[in-house]
Design a protein around this ligand. Structure first.
Ligand code: NAI
Length: 327
């Protein structure tokens, strides 16, 4: 049987952690033949560590055959030691009276420390997914704080936006969500993201032609996908957790095991393609194979799309400028 791999998860006692860890341990992320050791980071605070112990008791009670070990810790150097995968879920949420700049600064501190720890102790091949918001900028900070690791190892989660978009399109066209291909979401994981179905197909037919309604695109589809997170908070009284965990599983599974030619959306450091400056962590269409992602290049960007891409890029650049002095 295969040698266990080490999967670090931060914010492990949080909502997303609770929806995520059991699926990783059951083999849904890395395959039903891949044993895993979970290395779980929570803040050193007594209450958080106690909650983490409770989650671990439940992991034990699942008797997952693939779960080869669990290491709870409050120290990033322990959590990331030899990690093959790192899911950075824990982040500082916006508290009452907190300004956007305070939020950026609090997270800059967390992701600088975690980037440095990854740099020091993780596998040189570690695949990092940042889920904690602001996800793209947090991934950028971690990447910049880990100069000895390849830039390409750092990604941010746009997959929830991608899955939300796919689901809206399936409902609109009366098709099966699994048949939708060549969809992507450009930019920031925020309401400015640009979900783009111009290239998408379903059962070989053009989604754009099937929908044939630019007003629906601009006035219904994009706001629905962009504000879906807020709509879920409004309905549930809590932010999306199961769907976020599901998207994290999808992102990592496709990165590790391949997307079989299918386009998926990942937030990845730009190399300058599509006019996105180098190092900006931007949602792009990619295909994945042999543990590597590959950007889908050469897509035509029309005027409407360019405006949307410019807007989400501007927001990311403002966030980057907001943390530049902290790096
Ligand atoms: P939560 O508040 O339930 O859990 C977060 C956990 O992280 C808490 O247990 C907290 O103690 C822990 N934590 C905070 N700072 C930490 C640190 N420095 N090291 C380790 N652990 C730390 O939040 P939830 O619902 O699990 O969400 C987590 C993050 O994911 C939030 O930032 C949220 O905005 C983000 N998110 C991102 C999505 C995306 O699509 N990229 C979608 C949904 C949520």
């Amino acid at each position: 049987s295969k040698k266990p791999v080490r999967v670090a998860v931060t914010g492990a006692a949080g909502q997303i952690g609770y929806a995520l860890l059991f699926r990783i341990a059951s083999g849904e992320m890395l395959g039903k033949d891949q044993p895993v050791i979970l290395q779980l980071l929570e803040i050193p605070d007594e209450k958080a560590q106690k909650a983490l112990k409770g989650v671990i008791m439940e992991l034990e009670d699942c008797a997952f055959p693939l779960l080869a070990g669990v290491i709870p810790t409050g120290d990033p150097l322990v959590a990331f030691k030899d990690a093959d995968y790192a899911l950075l879920v824990g982040a500082r949420p916006r508290g009452p009276g907190m300004e956007r700049a305070d939020l950026l600064a609090a997270n800059a501190q967390i992701f600088t420390a975690q980037g440095k720890a990854l740099d020091q102790v993780a596998s040189r091949k570690v695949k990092v997914l940042v889920v904690g918001n602001p996800a793209n900028t947090n991934a950028y900070i971690a990447m910049k704080s880990a100069p000895s690791l390849p830039r390409k190892n750092f990604t941010a989660m746009l997959r929830l936006d991608h899955n939300r978009a796919a689901s809206q399109i399936a409902a609109k066209t009366g098709t099966a969500v699994g048949d939708i291909e060549k969809l992507t979401v450009w930019g920031n994981h925020s309401p400015t993201m640009y979900a783009d179905y111009r290239f998408a197909t379903v059962g070989g037919k053009s989604v754009k032609d099937l929908i044939n309604d630019q007003v629906w695109n601009a006035d219904t589809f994009l706001p629905t996908v962009g504000k879906r997170g807020a709509a879920i908070i409004e309905a549930r009284g809590l932010s999306s957790a199961a769907s976020a965990a599901n998207a994290a599983i999808d992102h990592m599974r496709d990165w590790a095991l391949g997307s079989n030619g299918k386009w998926v959306t990942m937030g990845i450091p730009s190399d300058g393609q599509y006019g996105i400056p180098k190092d900006v962590i931007f949602g792009f269409p990619v295909t994945t194979e042999n543990g590597e992602y590959k950007l889908v290049e050469g897509l035509e960007i029309d005027k409407f799309s360019q405006e949307r891409i410019d807007k989400t890029l501007k927001e990311l650049q403002d966030e980057q400028a907001g943390v530049a002095h902290l790096l």
